[in-house]
Design a protein around this ligand. Structure first.
Ligand SMILES: Cc1cc2nc3c(=O)[nH]c(=O)nc-3n(C[C@H](O)[C@H](O)[C@H](O)COP(=O)(O)OP(=O)(O)OC[C@H]3O[C@@H](n4cnc5c(N)ncnc54)[C@H](O)[C@@H]3O)c2cc1C
Length: 509
């Protein structure tokens, strides 16, 4: 389950995967598969009456299984935010799905406008296929490890099956062709490690016999993080924010309306702004660009740094210097998003979420025991590179500049709800971020698609190095993070993987 924000990354972020050694993993292919995934439904009159929505139907999908549309949103808040950003010199993007997202825009959601319910892997892919004779879904089964043949041939080790736990019992399902791991960032690397594929010291620590030494397994974790700054909306204007759903009578009515395809429960997150740091004309932003350049250069030249990471950092440096590519993102959430502030009765809020798009710090996910029922240890190494924290400080300051710009300035009650007026110095801001920042659940990288001698785990056909028939198909293969919300990319990877796998097994005529 997620917030169903449906976005596409900048073209350059996807082209970077190809530059890192993955032929065919580029924007042109991404766009092709992304169109294949979705059916875009243009906004209805009800929405265009309230907000001047723009879109380019040519770059959206027309017949894919995932239904995508613009939610009928709290457009009174969107109007305030979008106009404020324009007044600050930010460009309006008419349709951000064409590979250029730097600017301010209204985003889509994977919602089916026939029912205003979530359109996702279960409704779009599983339900239509569930009666196929060659598909069995076993609910509540925990995949635990891949079983490999004892001997490897010169192409590598062959997986013969998968061990799983169901209702306390262990079973093995045999593989006739391939084993596809698709269990997400926290788990794909764990299952590889439990199967003897990974870093020598991790395998030795958890007591698993090493079968394939792949030091990249569980490394290179990159995660977006966010901070949230909240304001009460000026009560002189009526805004139907999500805060109203705290009132049971309103929530009950909203549920009834939703059953009729109407009302506030069709809301999504819609107001997105992506900003290149080098385009922010403040002394703080300029200093930070220099600091990041220094930090990347120093790290890149550290003795012993892996060639794979060095190349990633070169691309990150080029992205930072490019004033058309975004470094941070601001999302306007229509309601109070806070872990500490208490909402006042009858009040409406907006919260500005600031996201880090291309983190420098790299984390890890590793198994800590050989028991598949024990969760792996996730160590995100947040803010290990100080530039990541400093970028969030600049994002915070940008949000404060927004709320001092019209029309937002008059549209909110100026006393900040969170963190509040006491938060004035850089040290206060840094402490606020350190104490409240949050994962965006957008982890990538722990089974990176990179050359094997550059900490790669899978090759460009998503096959695990050293195996003949094990692939990873989820966001853990993404080698370098993208400025986008993550799940539409998971579908793109899955569609492309389906093509790769079916082509590999086509009968030779
Ligand atoms: C609260 C929240 C809000 C989010 N909002 C958005 C958003 O608005 N827009 C967006 O783009 N992204 C959003 N995301 C991120 C997005 O959902 C993820 O990036 C995406 O789902 C990752 O896809 P995946 O296929 O790599 O892994 P997953 O979606 O995590 O799929 C992995 C699956 O494998 C299963 N699994 C794990 N281990 C095992 C095992 N051992 N045996 C069997 N099954 C196993 C899991 O239960 C899961 O179903 C959000 C995430 C969260 C948590």
């Amino acid at each position: 389950m997620n917030f169903y924000a449906w976005t596409r990354p900048p073209a350059a972020d996807v082209d970077a995967w190809e530059k890192l050694g993955n032929p065919g993993w580029n924007w042109a292919d991404y766009l092709r598969y992304s169109k294949k995934v979705e059916t875009f439904h243009p906004p209805a009159e009800e929405q265009t009456d309230r907000f001047p929505h723009t879109y380019d139907a040519d770059i959206r999908g027309t017949s894919g299984p995932i239904h995508v549309t613009i939610p009928p949103h709290v457009h009174t808040v969107d109007a305030l935010v979008q106009q404020t950003l324009v007044n600050m010199g930010i460009r309006v993007i008419e349709d951000p799905y064409q590979g250029n997202i730097s600017g301010t825009w209204i985003g889509s959601a994977n919602l089916d406008p026939k029912t205003w319910t979530r359109s996702y892997s279960a409704t779009a892919y599983l339900s239509p296929s569930q009666n196929r004779p060659n598909l069995t879904v076993l609910l509540g089964a925990l995949a635990s490890r891949i079983i490999f043949a004892d001997e490897s041939d010169n192409l590598g080790l062959t997986a013969t099956g998968l061990e799983f736990i169901h209702q306390g019992n262990r079973y093995v399902v045999n593989a006739q062709k391939e084993v596809i791991l698709s269990v997400g960032v926290p788990k794909s690397s764990q299952i590889l490690e439990l199967s003897g594929v990974g870093r020598a010291e991790v395998l030795s620590r958890i007591g698993v016999e090493p079968k394939i030494k792949l030091p990249g397994v569980g490394e290179n974790l990159q995660e977006h993080e966010f901070l949230a700054v909240s304001y009460e909306l000026n009560p002189a204007t009526k805004h139907e924010t999500l805060d109203l759903l705290r009132e049971s009578e309103y929530a009950g009515e909203a549920s009834q309306l939703h059953a009729e395809g109407k009302g506030r429960m069709r809301t999504g997150i819609t107001s997105f702004t992506y900003i290149p740091l080098s385009s922010v004309k403040t002394p703080g932003a300029a200093k930070l660009v220099q600091k990041m350049e220094r930090e990347i250069e120093e790290w890149k030249n550290e003795p012993g740094i892996l060639h794979g990471l060095q190349k990633q950092l070169e691309i990150q440096l080029a992205t930072l210097r490019d004033d058309s590519l975004p470094d941070f993102e601001i999302v306007a959430f229509p309601g109070l998003f806070s872990t500490t502030a208490t909402p006042g009765p009858g009040k409406s809020y907006t919260s500005f979420m600031g996201f880090l798009n291309h983190p420098l710090s790299r984390g890890t996910v590793h198994a800590t025991t050989n028991d598949p029922e024990d969760n792996p240890e996730i160590n995100p190494h947040y803010f290990e590179k100080d530039s990541d924290l400093e970028l969030m400080v600049q994002t915070f300051k940008y949000i404060r500049r927004m709320v001092h710009t019209e029309p937002l300035k008059s549209g909110i009650v100026q006393t900040e709800v969170e963190p509040g007026p006491h938060c004035t110095t850089d040290e206060h801001i840094r402490d606020f971020i350190k104490n409240t920042h949050h994962t965006v659940w957008h982890g990538v990288g722990t089974c990176s698609m990179l050359p094997r001698d550059e900490q790669g785990v899978v090759d460009p056909s998503l096959k695990v190095y050293g195996t003949t028939n094990v692939r990873v198909v989820d966001l853990s293969v993404v080698p370098l993070h993208i400025a986008a919300h993550a799940h539409s990319t998971a579908y793109v990877i899955a569609e492309k993987a389906a093509h790769i796998i079916s082509s590999a097994h086509e009968p030779v005529l």
